[in-house]
Design a protein around this ligand. Structure first.
Ligand code: AMP
Ligand code: ZN
Ligand code: ZN
Length: 418
Protein backbone atom coordinates (compact mmCIF):
# COMPACT_ATOMS: atom_id res chain seq x y z
CA UNK A 1 0.00 0.00 0.00
CA UNK A 2 1.15 3.52 -0.76
CA UNK A 3 2.56 5.04 2.41
CA UNK A 4 3.46 8.72 2.11
CA UNK A 5 0.22 10.66 1.73
CA UNK A 6 1.16 13.65 3.88
CA UNK A 7 4.26 14.43 1.88
CA UNK A 8 2.37 14.45 -1.38
CA UNK A 9 -0.52 16.50 -0.08
CA UNK A 10 1.93 19.08 1.18
CA UNK A 11 3.69 18.90 -2.14
CA UNK A 12 0.61 20.30 -3.85
CA UNK A 13 0.91 23.50 -1.84
CA UNK A 14 4.36 24.43 -3.07
CA UNK A 15 4.27 22.77 -6.45
CA UNK A 16 3.49 25.97 -8.31
CA UNK A 17 6.19 28.00 -6.62
CA UNK A 18 8.78 25.25 -7.14
CA UNK A 19 8.08 25.15 -10.83
CA UNK A 20 8.79 28.88 -11.03
CA UNK A 21 12.48 28.44 -10.31
CA UNK A 22 12.72 24.96 -11.79
CA UNK A 23 13.52 26.48 -15.19
CA UNK A 24 17.29 26.96 -14.69
CA UNK A 25 18.38 23.38 -13.99
CA UNK A 26 15.79 22.11 -16.46
CA UNK A 27 17.43 23.82 -19.41
CA UNK A 28 20.22 21.29 -19.86
CA UNK A 29 17.95 18.32 -19.24
CA UNK A 30 15.36 19.31 -21.82
CA UNK A 31 17.78 19.88 -24.67
CA UNK A 32 16.69 16.68 -26.40
CA UNK A 33 13.12 17.92 -26.65
CA UNK A 34 14.19 21.30 -27.95
CA UNK A 35 15.92 19.51 -30.80
CA UNK A 36 12.69 17.60 -31.54
CA UNK A 37 10.69 20.79 -31.25
CA UNK A 38 7.83 18.84 -29.73
CA UNK A 39 6.97 18.38 -26.11
CA UNK A 40 6.67 14.78 -24.93
CA UNK A 41 3.30 13.20 -24.10
CA UNK A 42 2.45 10.94 -21.17
CA UNK A 43 -0.88 9.17 -21.61
CA UNK A 44 -2.28 7.74 -18.37
CA UNK A 45 -5.30 5.46 -18.04
CA UNK A 46 -7.10 5.07 -14.74
CA UNK A 47 -9.37 2.14 -15.55
CA UNK A 48 -13.06 2.52 -14.62
CA UNK A 49 -12.72 6.03 -13.17
CA UNK A 50 -15.89 8.15 -13.09
CA UNK A 51 -16.14 11.95 -12.85
CA UNK A 52 -18.43 11.73 -9.86
CA UNK A 53 -15.68 9.97 -7.88
CA UNK A 54 -13.91 13.34 -7.75
CA UNK A 55 -17.04 15.18 -6.60
CA UNK A 56 -17.49 13.06 -3.53
CA UNK A 57 -13.87 12.71 -2.38
CA UNK A 58 -11.05 14.96 -1.21
CA UNK A 59 -8.62 14.82 -4.11
CA UNK A 60 -6.18 17.73 -3.80
CA UNK A 61 -3.81 16.46 -6.49
CA UNK A 62 -6.58 15.96 -9.03
CA UNK A 63 -8.01 19.37 -8.14
CA UNK A 64 -4.68 21.00 -8.74
CA UNK A 65 -4.24 19.14 -12.02
CA UNK A 66 -7.69 20.25 -13.23
CA UNK A 67 -7.00 23.86 -12.27
CA UNK A 68 -3.72 23.90 -14.15
CA UNK A 69 -5.00 22.16 -17.27
CA UNK A 70 -8.10 21.56 -19.30
CA UNK A 71 -10.74 18.89 -18.75
CA UNK A 72 -13.86 17.73 -20.55
CA UNK A 73 -17.25 17.75 -18.86
CA UNK A 74 -17.06 14.03 -19.56
CA UNK A 75 -15.54 11.60 -22.02
CA UNK A 76 -17.78 9.43 -24.21
CA UNK A 77 -16.18 6.02 -24.66
CA UNK A 78 -16.77 3.72 -27.63
CA UNK A 79 -19.23 0.84 -27.60
CA UNK A 80 -19.00 -1.71 -26.05
CA UNK A 81 -17.67 0.01 -22.94
CA UNK A 82 -15.18 -2.71 -22.01
CA UNK A 83 -11.50 -2.28 -21.23
CA UNK A 84 -9.88 -3.72 -24.35
CA UNK A 85 -12.14 -2.16 -27.02
CA UNK A 86 -12.12 1.25 -25.31
CA UNK A 87 -8.36 1.42 -24.71
CA UNK A 88 -7.65 0.31 -28.26
CA UNK A 89 -9.94 3.05 -29.60
CA UNK A 90 -8.13 5.70 -27.54
CA UNK A 91 -4.80 4.42 -28.85
CA UNK A 92 -5.82 4.10 -32.53
CA UNK A 93 -8.62 6.65 -33.03
CA UNK A 94 -10.78 3.88 -34.51
CA UNK A 95 -14.31 2.84 -33.65
CA UNK A 96 -14.61 -0.78 -32.63
CA UNK A 97 -16.07 -1.94 -35.97
CA UNK A 98 -12.90 -0.63 -37.61
CA UNK A 99 -10.35 -2.11 -35.19
CA UNK A 100 -11.93 -5.46 -34.40
CA UNK A 101 -11.28 -5.75 -30.65
CA UNK A 102 -14.99 -6.34 -30.13
CA UNK A 103 -14.76 -7.21 -26.41
CA UNK A 104 -12.30 -8.31 -23.72
CA UNK A 105 -12.86 -11.89 -24.72
CA UNK A 106 -14.42 -13.16 -27.94
CA UNK A 107 -14.17 -15.98 -30.46
CA UNK A 108 -12.93 -15.38 -34.01
CA UNK A 109 -14.35 -17.95 -36.43
CA UNK A 110 -11.83 -17.13 -39.16
CA UNK A 111 -8.78 -17.42 -36.94
CA UNK A 112 -10.50 -20.28 -35.08
CA UNK A 113 -9.19 -18.88 -31.82
CA UNK A 114 -10.43 -17.08 -28.74
CA UNK A 115 -9.08 -13.62 -27.89
CA UNK A 116 -8.65 -13.48 -24.15
CA UNK A 117 -6.26 -11.76 -21.78
CA UNK A 118 -6.34 -14.44 -19.12
CA UNK A 119 -5.67 -18.13 -18.94
CA UNK A 120 -6.20 -20.50 -20.66
CA UNK A 121 -6.09 -18.52 -23.92
CA UNK A 122 -4.02 -15.42 -23.17
CA UNK A 123 -3.55 -14.46 -26.79
CA UNK A 124 -3.30 -10.65 -26.98
CA UNK A 125 0.36 -10.61 -28.04
CA UNK A 126 -0.53 -12.05 -31.44
CA UNK A 127 -0.63 -9.18 -33.92
CA UNK A 128 -3.45 -10.68 -36.02
CA UNK A 129 -5.98 -9.52 -33.45
CA UNK A 130 -5.19 -5.83 -33.49
CA UNK A 131 -6.54 -3.67 -36.32
CA UNK A 132 -5.26 -0.12 -36.78
CA UNK A 133 -2.12 1.68 -35.70
CA UNK A 134 -1.74 2.82 -32.08
CA UNK A 135 -0.07 6.13 -31.38
CA UNK A 136 3.08 4.54 -29.93
CA UNK A 137 3.67 2.77 -33.26
CA UNK A 138 2.90 5.92 -35.27
CA UNK A 139 5.57 7.61 -33.12
CA UNK A 140 8.13 4.82 -33.58
CA UNK A 141 7.50 4.67 -37.34
CA UNK A 142 8.18 8.39 -37.63
CA UNK A 143 11.42 8.41 -35.68
CA UNK A 144 10.20 9.15 -32.15
CA UNK A 145 10.67 6.94 -29.10
CA UNK A 146 7.74 5.28 -27.31
CA UNK A 147 7.75 3.63 -23.90
CA UNK A 148 4.63 1.89 -22.65
CA UNK A 149 4.18 0.65 -19.09
CA UNK A 150 0.98 -1.24 -19.80
CA UNK A 151 -1.81 -0.45 -22.19
CA UNK A 152 -4.07 -3.07 -23.75
CA UNK A 153 -2.42 -3.95 -27.04
CA UNK A 154 0.98 -2.53 -26.16
CA UNK A 155 2.50 -6.02 -25.91
CA UNK A 156 1.65 -6.85 -29.53
CA UNK A 157 3.79 -6.02 -32.54
CA UNK A 158 2.04 -3.98 -35.23
CA UNK A 159 3.49 -4.79 -38.64
CA UNK A 160 6.50 -6.08 -36.75
CA UNK A 161 7.06 -2.85 -34.80
CA UNK A 162 6.85 -2.36 -31.01
CA UNK A 163 7.53 0.44 -28.57
CA UNK A 164 11.21 0.91 -27.72
CA UNK A 165 10.23 0.02 -24.13
CA UNK A 166 7.23 -2.14 -23.31
CA UNK A 167 6.33 -4.55 -20.57
CA UNK A 168 4.32 -7.78 -20.55
CA UNK A 169 1.18 -7.19 -18.51
CA UNK A 170 1.47 -8.19 -14.87
CA UNK A 171 -1.23 -6.74 -12.65
CA UNK A 172 0.85 -7.40 -9.52
CA UNK A 173 3.55 -4.84 -10.46
CA UNK A 174 3.18 -2.09 -7.80
CA UNK A 175 1.83 1.19 -9.13
CA UNK A 176 4.81 3.08 -7.71
CA UNK A 177 7.16 0.83 -9.69
CA UNK A 178 5.21 1.60 -12.86
CA UNK A 179 5.59 5.32 -12.22
CA UNK A 180 9.28 5.07 -11.30
CA UNK A 181 10.02 3.14 -14.50
CA UNK A 182 8.23 5.64 -16.70
CA UNK A 183 10.09 8.50 -15.00
CA UNK A 184 13.36 6.79 -15.92
CA UNK A 185 12.20 6.42 -19.51
CA UNK A 186 11.09 10.06 -19.77
CA UNK A 187 14.13 11.48 -17.98
CA UNK A 188 15.96 13.82 -20.40
CA UNK A 189 19.20 12.76 -18.69
CA UNK A 190 18.44 9.04 -19.14
CA UNK A 191 19.07 6.55 -21.96
CA UNK A 192 15.56 6.27 -23.38
CA UNK A 193 14.30 9.88 -23.45
CA UNK A 194 10.86 8.80 -24.55
CA UNK A 195 8.74 11.20 -26.60
CA UNK A 196 5.60 9.23 -25.84
CA UNK A 197 4.84 7.08 -22.79
CA UNK A 198 1.86 5.36 -21.19
CA UNK A 199 0.90 4.34 -17.69
CA UNK A 200 -2.06 2.18 -16.66
CA UNK A 201 -3.72 1.67 -13.26
CA UNK A 202 -6.40 -0.95 -12.70
CA UNK A 203 -7.25 -0.84 -8.98
CA UNK A 204 -10.11 1.70 -9.14
CA UNK A 205 -11.88 -0.50 -11.71
CA UNK A 206 -11.24 -3.67 -9.68
CA UNK A 207 -12.66 -2.03 -6.55
CA UNK A 208 -15.72 -0.91 -8.58
CA UNK A 209 -16.36 -4.47 -9.76
CA UNK A 210 -15.97 -5.98 -6.30
CA UNK A 211 -17.85 -3.41 -4.21
CA UNK A 212 -19.85 -1.29 -6.64
CA UNK A 213 -19.24 2.31 -7.76
CA UNK A 214 -20.93 3.83 -4.71
CA UNK A 215 -18.92 1.95 -2.10
CA UNK A 216 -16.50 3.29 0.54
CA UNK A 217 -13.93 0.89 -0.96
CA UNK A 218 -14.05 2.82 -4.23
CA UNK A 219 -13.69 6.09 -2.33
CA UNK A 220 -10.57 4.69 -0.68
CA UNK A 221 -9.21 3.73 -4.11
CA UNK A 222 -9.88 7.24 -5.43
CA UNK A 223 -7.88 8.74 -2.57
CA UNK A 224 -5.05 6.28 -3.25
CA UNK A 225 -5.14 7.34 -6.89
CA UNK A 226 -4.92 10.96 -5.83
CA UNK A 227 -1.80 10.20 -3.79
CA UNK A 228 -0.27 8.37 -6.74
CA UNK A 229 -0.97 11.39 -8.93
CA UNK A 230 0.89 13.55 -6.39
CA UNK A 231 3.80 11.10 -6.43
CA UNK A 232 3.84 11.16 -10.23
CA UNK A 233 3.86 14.96 -10.40
CA UNK A 234 6.73 15.05 -7.96
CA UNK A 235 8.63 12.54 -10.10
CA UNK A 236 8.06 14.72 -13.16
CA UNK A 237 9.39 17.70 -11.26
CA UNK A 238 12.47 15.76 -10.20
CA UNK A 239 13.38 14.86 -13.79
CA UNK A 240 12.94 18.49 -14.79
CA UNK A 241 9.90 18.05 -17.03
CA UNK A 242 7.26 20.01 -15.10
CA UNK A 243 7.08 22.65 -17.81
CA UNK A 244 7.74 20.37 -20.75
CA UNK A 245 5.60 17.29 -20.38
CA UNK A 246 2.02 17.07 -21.67
CA UNK A 247 0.05 14.74 -19.43
CA UNK A 248 -3.25 13.26 -20.58
CA UNK A 249 -5.25 11.62 -17.80
CA UNK A 250 -8.05 9.51 -19.14
CA UNK A 251 -10.34 6.64 -18.25
CA UNK A 252 -11.88 3.97 -20.47
CA UNK A 253 -15.47 3.75 -19.17
CA UNK A 254 -17.59 4.27 -16.05
CA UNK A 255 -19.14 1.69 -13.72
CA UNK A 256 -22.73 0.68 -12.95
CA UNK A 257 -24.16 -0.87 -9.79
CA UNK A 258 -25.49 -4.39 -10.37
CA UNK A 259 -28.12 -6.33 -8.47
CA UNK A 260 -29.13 -9.97 -8.30
CA UNK A 261 -32.69 -8.73 -8.83
CA UNK A 262 -31.68 -7.43 -12.24
CA UNK A 263 -30.83 -10.59 -14.11
CA UNK A 264 -31.80 -11.81 -17.59
CA UNK A 265 -31.64 -15.60 -17.89
CA UNK A 266 -30.85 -16.27 -21.52
CA UNK A 267 -31.42 -20.02 -21.20
CA UNK A 268 -35.04 -19.29 -20.25
CA UNK A 269 -35.60 -17.31 -23.48
CA UNK A 270 -33.71 -19.30 -26.12
CA UNK A 271 -32.26 -22.77 -26.45
CA UNK A 272 -28.52 -22.29 -25.88
CA UNK A 273 -27.90 -25.41 -27.97
CA UNK A 274 -28.95 -23.38 -31.04
CA UNK A 275 -26.22 -20.74 -30.64
CA UNK A 276 -22.59 -20.02 -29.93
CA UNK A 277 -22.00 -17.24 -27.44
CA UNK A 278 -19.20 -14.97 -28.68
CA UNK A 279 -19.57 -12.91 -25.49
CA UNK A 280 -22.14 -12.76 -22.63
CA UNK A 281 -22.77 -9.64 -20.57
CA UNK A 282 -23.83 -6.86 -20.55
CA UNK A 283 -23.68 -7.16 -24.35
CA UNK A 284 -24.54 -10.68 -25.46
CA UNK A 285 -22.99 -11.40 -28.87
CA UNK A 286 -24.86 -14.36 -30.26
CA UNK A 287 -23.95 -16.52 -33.28
CA UNK A 288 -26.91 -18.76 -34.09
CA UNK A 289 -26.37 -22.12 -35.80
CA UNK A 290 -26.99 -22.30 -39.55
CA UNK A 291 -30.66 -21.53 -40.31
CA UNK A 292 -31.54 -20.54 -36.71
CA UNK A 293 -31.00 -16.77 -36.81
CA UNK A 294 -34.63 -15.66 -37.31
CA UNK A 295 -36.03 -18.12 -34.77
CA UNK A 296 -33.54 -17.07 -32.08
CA UNK A 297 -33.98 -13.37 -32.87
CA UNK A 298 -37.79 -13.61 -32.72
CA UNK A 299 -37.70 -15.37 -29.35
CA UNK A 300 -35.46 -12.63 -27.96
CA UNK A 301 -37.59 -9.88 -29.53
CA UNK A 302 -40.79 -11.36 -28.08
CA UNK A 303 -39.27 -11.22 -24.58
CA UNK A 304 -37.53 -7.89 -24.95
CA UNK A 305 -37.61 -6.58 -21.39
CA UNK A 306 -34.65 -4.89 -19.68
CA UNK A 307 -32.61 -5.29 -22.85
CA UNK A 308 -32.61 -4.32 -26.52
CA UNK A 309 -31.99 -6.92 -29.18
CA UNK A 310 -30.90 -6.28 -32.78
CA UNK A 311 -29.96 -8.15 -35.86
CA UNK A 312 -26.45 -6.95 -36.50
CA UNK A 313 -27.39 -4.99 -39.63
CA UNK A 314 -30.14 -3.13 -37.71
CA UNK A 315 -27.92 -1.99 -34.85
CA UNK A 316 -28.16 1.83 -34.75
CA UNK A 317 -25.31 3.46 -36.64
CA UNK A 318 -24.24 5.45 -33.56
CA UNK A 319 -22.83 2.31 -31.93
CA UNK A 320 -20.35 1.96 -34.81
CA UNK A 321 -20.60 -1.75 -34.20
CA UNK A 322 -21.79 -3.36 -37.44
CA UNK A 323 -19.04 -3.71 -39.98
CA UNK A 324 -16.42 -6.01 -38.53
CA UNK A 325 -16.59 -9.70 -39.45
CA UNK A 326 -16.07 -10.67 -35.80
CA UNK A 327 -19.42 -9.13 -34.81
CA UNK A 328 -22.00 -11.96 -34.91
CA UNK A 329 -25.59 -11.88 -36.22
CA UNK A 330 -27.47 -11.02 -33.00
CA UNK A 331 -26.53 -8.33 -30.48
CA UNK A 332 -28.40 -8.02 -27.21
CA UNK A 333 -27.66 -5.01 -25.00
CA UNK A 334 -28.76 -5.16 -21.35
CA UNK A 335 -30.25 -2.03 -19.76
CA UNK A 336 -27.80 -0.38 -17.37
CA UNK A 337 -27.50 -2.41 -14.16
CA UNK A 338 -28.84 -5.64 -15.70
CA UNK A 339 -26.77 -8.80 -16.20
CA UNK A 340 -27.24 -11.38 -18.95
CA UNK A 341 -26.44 -14.86 -17.71
CA UNK A 342 -27.78 -18.43 -17.54
CA UNK A 343 -29.53 -20.00 -14.56
CA UNK A 344 -26.73 -22.54 -13.78
CA UNK A 345 -23.98 -19.91 -14.07
CA UNK A 346 -25.93 -17.54 -11.81
CA UNK A 347 -26.56 -20.28 -9.19
CA UNK A 348 -22.88 -21.15 -9.26
CA UNK A 349 -21.24 -17.72 -9.41
CA UNK A 350 -23.86 -15.10 -8.46
CA UNK A 351 -23.48 -11.48 -9.57
CA UNK A 352 -20.57 -9.11 -9.03
CA UNK A 353 -21.27 -5.68 -7.49
CA UNK A 354 -20.39 -3.47 -10.45
CA UNK A 355 -19.90 -3.73 -14.18
CA UNK A 356 -19.55 -1.80 -17.44
CA UNK A 357 -19.89 -2.63 -21.12
CA UNK A 358 -23.33 -0.99 -21.57
CA UNK A 359 -24.50 1.59 -24.13
CA UNK A 360 -21.80 4.25 -24.38
CA UNK A 361 -24.49 6.95 -24.24
CA UNK A 362 -25.55 5.90 -20.73
CA UNK A 363 -24.34 8.49 -18.18
CA UNK A 364 -23.03 5.66 -15.97
CA UNK A 365 -20.60 4.70 -18.75
CA UNK A 366 -19.33 8.22 -19.30
CA UNK A 367 -15.89 8.83 -18.01
CA UNK A 368 -12.96 11.15 -17.40
CA UNK A 369 -10.60 13.27 -19.52
CA UNK A 370 -8.14 15.89 -18.28
CA UNK A 371 -4.87 17.17 -19.69
CA UNK A 372 -2.19 19.62 -18.70
CA UNK A 373 1.12 20.74 -20.08
CA UNK A 374 2.71 23.32 -22.35
CA UNK A 375 0.49 22.48 -25.33
CA UNK A 376 -2.80 22.55 -23.41
CA UNK A 377 -5.02 25.39 -22.35
CA UNK A 378 -5.11 26.18 -18.69
CA UNK A 379 -8.15 26.41 -16.43
CA UNK A 380 -10.70 25.47 -19.10
CA UNK A 381 -13.66 23.11 -18.98
CA UNK A 382 -14.45 21.71 -22.42
CA UNK A 383 -17.72 20.19 -23.64
CA UNK A 384 -18.12 16.38 -23.68
CA UNK A 385 -15.56 14.70 -25.88
CA UNK A 386 -15.57 11.40 -27.80
CA UNK A 387 -12.57 9.19 -27.04
CA UNK A 388 -11.83 8.43 -30.73
CA UNK A 389 -10.44 11.95 -31.17
CA UNK A 390 -7.62 11.55 -28.63
CA UNK A 391 -5.38 9.82 -31.21
CA UNK A 392 -5.53 12.89 -33.49
CA UNK A 393 -4.82 15.14 -30.51
CA UNK A 394 -1.68 13.22 -29.54
CA UNK A 395 -0.49 12.98 -33.15
CA UNK A 396 -0.78 16.77 -33.49
CA UNK A 397 1.15 17.49 -30.28
CA UNK A 398 3.91 15.08 -31.33
CA UNK A 399 3.95 16.51 -34.84
CA UNK A 400 3.16 13.10 -36.37
CA UNK A 401 1.33 12.26 -39.57
CA UNK A 402 -1.67 10.33 -38.21
CA UNK A 403 -2.50 6.88 -39.60
CA UNK A 404 -6.03 6.57 -41.10
CA UNK A 405 -8.52 6.80 -38.22
CA UNK A 406 -12.08 7.83 -37.29
CA UNK A 407 -11.10 10.85 -35.20
CA UNK A 408 -11.20 14.48 -36.22
CA UNK A 409 -8.66 17.01 -35.00
CA UNK A 410 -11.25 19.81 -35.23
CA UNK A 411 -13.10 18.11 -32.33
CA UNK A 412 -10.09 18.57 -30.02
CA UNK A 413 -8.37 21.67 -31.36
CA UNK A 414 -10.04 23.80 -28.66
CA UNK A 415 -8.14 21.93 -25.94
CA UNK A 416 -4.79 23.20 -27.18
CA UNK A 417 -3.15 26.51 -26.38
CA UNK A 418 -2.42 28.86 -29.28
P1 AMP B 1 -12.37 -5.33 -17.29
O1 AMP B 1 -12.56 -6.79 -17.14
O2 AMP B 1 -13.01 -4.81 -18.56
O3 AMP B 1 -12.77 -4.61 -16.08
O4 AMP B 1 -10.81 -5.12 -17.52
C1 AMP B 1 -9.93 -4.68 -16.50
C2 AMP B 1 -8.84 -5.68 -16.35
O5 AMP B 1 -8.13 -5.83 -17.58
C3 AMP B 1 -7.72 -5.27 -15.40
O6 AMP B 1 -8.09 -5.50 -14.07
C4 AMP B 1 -6.59 -6.16 -15.84
O7 AMP B 1 -6.65 -7.39 -15.18
C5 AMP B 1 -6.87 -6.39 -17.30
N1 AMP B 1 -5.88 -5.74 -18.16
C6 AMP B 1 -5.71 -4.42 -18.35
N2 AMP B 1 -4.70 -4.19 -19.21
C7 AMP B 1 -4.23 -5.38 -19.58
C8 AMP B 1 -3.19 -5.81 -20.46
N3 AMP B 1 -2.44 -4.94 -21.14
N4 AMP B 1 -3.01 -7.13 -20.62
C9 AMP B 1 -3.77 -8.02 -19.95
N5 AMP B 1 -4.76 -7.68 -19.11
C10 AMP B 1 -4.98 -6.37 -18.91
ZN1 ZN C 1 -11.72 -0.83 -18.04
ZN1 ZN D 1 -13.70 -3.30 -15.42
Amino acid sequence: MFSKPVKYLLFVGFFTSLSLFAGCDQAAKTEHYDINETNPVLLISIDGFMNEYLDRNETPNFDHFLEQGVHAEYLIPVFPTKTFPTHWSIATGLYVENHGIISNSFYDYELEARFSFGPPDDTPNDERWWGGEPIWITAENQGLTSATFFWPGSEATIDGVQSTKWVDYDGSVPDITRIDSVMTWLDPAGDVRADFATLYFSFVDSRGHSYGPNSPEVDEAVKEMDELLGYLLEGIYEIGLSDKLNIILVSDHGMAELSDEKVIFLDEIINLEDVDMVDWSPVAMIKPDEGKTIEVYEALKANEEHYSVYLREDLPERFRFRDHYRIPEIIMIADVGFTITSRPFFEDRGIIAGNHGYDNRAPEMHTFFAAKGPDFKSGDVAPPLESVHIYELMARILNLEPAPNDGNFEEVNHLLSE
